[in-house]
Design a protein around this ligand. Structure first.
Ligand code: F0G
Length: 460
């Protein structure tokens, strides 16, 4: 088999900052040891997130020029709406500036204090928006996801038995909707099978509970289904995506991921009553329903990007890139979640740093060591992001698992960039016992990882 190449060539370049270790040490200290607080000009390879960081295609840049900036009923809006309807099949489409705005509108209009929203795994913003209105966000990841080193497929699935128990003990009336996140970001970018979505749908249907898909990485999930699930090998990605959406009653979407755009999102559904509530709140907080929080040109870029993400050659290259990085790290003994996820490689910082406990925030230690070694920015998805801070007399609760994510921006970095990342990680891996424990010296009540201040300290 021949090398799977990038199915594009480069028309414009953007200089990468090459920095010295001294400079990086100084900048990290000034950022209170939180890489979210660094300036991008001090970062060489930025794997903080795959959200809004992708490179747009020439077709998207050309579409920007077609942006119709009319306040109401613009042609760009019609292009956007037509495209979202074509892919998702949903009748009502609401553009938002990004996904969390869609989540906020969904939570604010459908939930009341005491309600429960199950999900295979809530992303942090989804959880925060649900909790902000006094409801409870419950994660029901599949039992297979607990063994992060097994090569089992579809470890992003929801635990259907646990969902059944939840409905039996709490009652369907306390569950205004259930969510399913494709791919499952918090569980290592693992995909969800069509069979699982179907089973979740069947169970919910019997209890009259609607299903809302968090569709941020729907195209990457569709590719996994095509590759792995029986009966899908010959289907086009767009048909697989349509099948996924047809099992759901609504969707929240971040166009910053599989919309291949730098900003944008949407909320969609079929229910007229939901749509009326969404529209009213959208007008109040995002904008008129034909632009949401977006410019006409953004709507155009997203409309083109949503389709490009479903191109087979693009997804094949994307998955091959993640595989490439994962296989090089596995060969060096670096502990990573398997199989490789759809949008990144997830490292296990607890095993990477056996000298540190969860309370020492090993993920922060590893992220900071990577930055100091090579100017590579990764992100902690562990007890800082998903754990619960001590509050109201309750002690701090760690996350289900500690992870560090190397998220791959779409169409941005080449193979040699990833070789550099592997070399940098290898150096950190060889000197891993030098990674220090960290403590939090300042934090916010919600989404603390973005702004917390950390301090390294000696444990011995
Ligand atoms: N749902 C999932 C599964 C996500 O990964 C994200 C964002 C969101 C919802 C919120 O979308 O940023 O458009 O408001 N994830 C990014 C990440 C930030 O780095 O994984 P948004």
């Amino acid at each position: 088999m021949r090398t799977i190449i990038e199915p594009f060539r480069i028309k414009m370049t953007e200089a990468l900052p090459i920095t010295t270790r001294g400079r990086r040490a100084e900048r990290l200290a000034a950022a209170h040891n939180n890489v979210f607080l660094l300036d991008a000009e001090d970062i060489t390879i930025d794997l903080l997130t795959d959200s809004g960081t992708g490179a747009m295609s020439d077709r998207q840049w050309a579409a920007l020029m077609l942006g119709d900036e009319s306040y109401a009923g613009s042609a760009s809006w019609r292009h956007f709406e037509r495209t979202v309807r074509e892919i998702t099949g949903f009748e009502h489409v609401f553009p938002t500036h990004q996904d969390r705005a869609a989540e906020r509108i969904l939570a604010a209009t459908r939930l009341k204090p005491g309600d429960i929203v199950p999900n295979n795994s809530h992303f942090d913003t989804t959880r925060a928006n649900i909790e902000y209105v006094g409801a409870k966000a419950v994660d029901l990841p599949s039992p297979a996801s607990k063994d992060i080193y097994s090569d089992a497929r579809f470890k992003g699935d929801m635990d259907v038995d646990a969902l059944e128990r939840l409905i039996a003990t709490e009652g369907a009336s306390k569950i205004p909707f259930c969510m399913i996140t494709v791919t499952n970001n918090a569980a290592g970018g693992q995909p969800v099978s069509m069979e699982n979505i179907r089973n979740v749908r069947a169970l919910l249907g019997a209890h009259g509970v609607p299903l809302v898909v968090d569709a941020c990485r729907y195209a990457e999930n569709a590719y996994f289904i095509k590759q792995w699930e029986a009966g899908f090998a010959d289907r086009d990605l767009i048909d697989i995506a349509r099948d996924m959406f047809s099992l759901c009653d609504g969707a929240t979407m971040s166009a910053k991921k599989d919309g291949l755009a730098n900003i944008g999102g949407f909320l969609a559904c079929n229910n007229d009553e939901w749509a009326e509530d969404f529209r009213n709140l959208l007008i109040l907080t995002e904008g008129f329903p034909t632009y949401g929080g977006l410019a006409g040109r953004d709507l155009e870029a997203v409309a083109v990007g949503l389709k490009e993400a479903l191109e087979f050659d693009y997804q094949r290259y994307r998955h091959a890139t993640v595989e490439y990085l994962a296989s090089k790290l596995i060969a060096r003994g670096v502990p990573i979640v398997r199989p490789a996820g759809g949008h990144g490689v997830f490292i296990d910082p607890g095993v990477f740093c056996p000298h540190l406990g969860a309370g020492d925030y090993p993920g922060i230690g590893l992220v900071n060591a990577l930055y100091l070694e090579g100017g590579v920015r990764a992100v902690e998805l562990g007890s800082v992001m998903f754990g619960r801070a001590a509050a109201g007399g309750e002690a701090e609760a760690p996350a289900l698992r500690e992870l560090v994510r190397l998220a791959l921006p779409r169409r941005v970095y080449t193979q040699s960039h990833f070789d550099y990342v592997v070399e940098t990680l290898d150096l950190v891996w060889r000197r891993r016992e030098a990674i220090p424990a960290h403590r939090i010296v300042r934090q916010a009540p919600f989404l603390r990882h973005f702004t917390a201040h950390f301090e390294p300290f000696e444990t011995r």
